[in-house]
Design a protein around this ligand. Structure first.
Ligand code: SF4
Ligand code: SF4
Length: 83
């Protein structure tokens, strides 16, 4: 009767520093589960911003590829992990 703690749930999320973004789109293809896409929003400098869809794994690929260090990446703890 044990439920898998991670089944289907979100594993991570990202916070975007919108004002740093230059709209270069490098983060879009870099995201393995393809949960980043360009939105219609722009920052104060006029650059189009990416947005996050559901399904982020917290892998950090966007953080590594972004030349402007826009992303903070968070990974959720597994509730079943007692270590
Ligand atoms: S942390 Fe990984 S899964 Fe989440 S948005 Fe960034 S690249 Fe995509
Ligand atoms: S890689 Fe960074 S600067 Fe480029 S669009 Fe993504 S968040 Fe913006």
């Amino acid at each position: 009767m044990s439920a898998a703690p991670d089944a289907g749930g979100p594993r991570g999320t990202v916070v975007l520093d919108a004002e740093r973004c230059k709209g270069c789109e490098l983060c879009i293809p870099a995201c393995p589960p393809k949960v980043l896409r360009m939105s219609t929003r722009r920052n104060a400098s006029g650059y189009v911003l990416p947005e996050l869809l559901e399904g982020c794994t917290g892998c950090g690929a966007c953080l590594l590829v972004c030349p402007d260090f826009c992303f903070e990446v968070y990974r959720f703890e597994s509730r079943g992990d007692a270590s």
